[in-house]
Design a binder for this molecule. Structure first.
Ligand code: ISE
Length: 326
């Protein structure tokens, strides 16, 4: 039976998730969209029901699974309500505005005795990152030593505060670096560079790998994500994520999109299909609530030192058995 999916939040990501459910996902249909702005909700719903109260949407009997794409500060409240209703959730990153709220979601799953939350770390579904992980596992480039990440946005909106560079953008590198290397982060140091919005963050893992990341929320030319993994016997890095190269105006090359949706279009599609397939089987794939909590806990330590230039030690609790092997 087709899964009735509802989307909370009809901004850039919520509208895209609603479109994916409507047009590009098999085994699911869009039943409702909720947003404080009714016009935005109507536009994303395209005939599905519209709510202005997320709790009423979660309680609705035809809503069998929920995508949370509302502002970061509301994620935990809605994820906890979905868990209380026993409904599977695809929650946009970050899982919560604080690590403590992220832990509440973990605790709610522990008391239910099962996992219902997938966090929308869509890079885990990206073909390039997947190939880098497979290549490392094959032994072809030896043991991992270094991971260099670049994460540039075109321009940050006014409401994007300093800490959000870490809690909203850099959380992607925290998650994907843990996933690629299979290591937890032990320490981090932040080197602010140039004008506001550019951070160089260097982390060391429990296996002594070094992860360097340029997070630049005002890169000025487009959306650009790159990674290069250095091993003891070779390296693997992303090739330009385009299918074509253009010759025009005396130049040869490819363009950068304005935001992450075109760059990660297939990853978002695959993430949605994988979530729906798993939810229909009563399972969860992708990043777990524990992964979401860990990224927020690491982000919190980084935010605490980012203005001081100190190195932060990162101490994480052991994962509960529910999350082992997840
Ligand atoms: C945005 O919210 C996203 O999730 C994008 O994937 C990320 O690259 C961007 O920096 C964030 O602001």
């Amino acid at each position: 039976m087709s899964l009735g999916v509802a989307v909370i939040g009809a901004g850039v990501m919520g509208s895209e998730h609603a479109r994916l459910v409507r047009e590009e996902t098999s085994g699911a249909h869009l039943v409702a969209v909720c947003d404080a702005d009714p016009a935005r909700a109507e536009a994303a719903a395209r005939g599905a029901r519209v709510f202005d109260d997320a709790h009423a949407l979660i309680a609705s009997p035809d809503v069998k699974a929920v995508v949370i794409a509302s502002p970061d500060a509301t994620h935990a409240e809605y994820a906890l309500a979905c868990l209380a209703a026993g409904k599977p959730v695809l929650c946009e990153k970050p899982i919560a505005a604080t690590a403590a709220e992220g832990m509440k979601i973990v605790e709610a799953e522990l008391s239910l005795g099962r996992r219902l939350v997938q966090v929308g770390f869509m890079r885990r579904f990206d073909a390039a990152y997947r190939e880098m992980r497979r290549t490392l596992a094959s032994g072809r480039i030896g043991e991992a030593v270094l991971l260099h990440n670049i994460h540039r946005n075109l321009a940050a909106p006014d409401w994007f505060t300093g800490a959000m560079t870490v809690t909203n953008s850099f959380v992607h590198e925290i998650d994907i670096s843990r996933w690629l290397l299979g290591s937890e982060m032990l320490s981090a140091q932040v080197f602010p560079a140039g004008p506001a919005g550019l951070l160089m963050i260097v982390m060391r893992t429990a296996k002594d790998e070094v992860v360097s990341t340029e997070v630049n929320i005002n890169g000025g030319y487009g959306y650009h994500v790159h990674a290069q993994l250095v091993g003891t016997k070779g390296t693997i890095e992303m090739a330009p994520p385009t299918h074509t190269l253009t010759n025009a105006a005396g130049e040869h090359g490819f363009g950068f999109p304005r935001d992450w949706i075109p760059r990660f279009a297939q990853a978002y599609r695959d993430q949605m299909q994988a979530w729906v397939n798993a939810a229909r089987e009563g399972m969860v794939v992708g990043a777990s609530a524990w992964d979401g909590y860990v990224t927020s806990a690491v982000a919190k330590r980084i935010v605490a030192v980012m203005d001081k230039g100190d190195a932060a030690r990162i101490a994480l609790p052991e994962p509960p058995p529910l999350y082992l092997g997840a």
